[in-house]
Design a protein around this ligand. Sequence first.
Ligand code: ATP
Length: 229
Amino acid sequence: MPLNAASSANPLALLGGTFDPVHFGHLRIASETGAALKLPEVRLIPSKTPVHRARPGASESQRLAMLRLAVADVPGLAADDRELKRETPSYTVLTLESLRAEFPQRPLIWLIGIDAFMHINHWYEWPRLFELAHFVVLNRPGFAVSQALSPVLSEVWQGRLTRSAEALVETTHGSIYLHTVTPQAISATEIRNTIAAGAADSALESLLPAPVLAYIRAHQLYIGEPRTT
Ligand code: ATP
């Protein structure tokens, strides 16, 4: 859908995840991509019932509380709790539909790590995702961008890939753009496992913001959890 030439683009970027817990990997890719692509607003959207993965360790309200602490002092980042408030499962297509209804004219830009993008063809009603938003695919240590995509996803990739960041604001949806961020070898799984193993704060401080770590300690989260990987 081309934008009306008279309307200002005002793109809205989104990063969905379980954020169990939110960490510097999430925050840095969101801030860095927002700055590089001149995206004024990046919303982090915690998922309700995880559809594609094991149950998270912290409750929904705890994950949201940690996310709010993490973005509190970061310009351009915000938490959006629409998936937690919704009755339906956290299907991204429904989230994008609700955003599209709210913002008919704004380019919607879904930021996603290559690890998650590789499986997007298993998401609920996935072809419609590209009728609602652009997808900016980000590198992540341990996952090669050249890694084999399934044939059906490879076809979508070839058809929609753009090398022009302008395409993301000149139209409201439909493109895939590959963006390289500073590699962040951080995962929530590693953080949960490190805490479960009894690590001291000094082993965690480089992985997530101090207020989030303080919240985890105050609520005794992730202690004694079985390792999932
Ligand atoms: P877990 O280890 O529990 O699977 P996670 O660290 O992968 O969690 P998610 O909440 O699942 O975090 O990630 C949300 C989104 O952020 C996904 O698109 C994921 O690819 C991306 N992401 C998370 N961490 C990184 C990272 N270190 N580098 C690049 N992308 C990341």
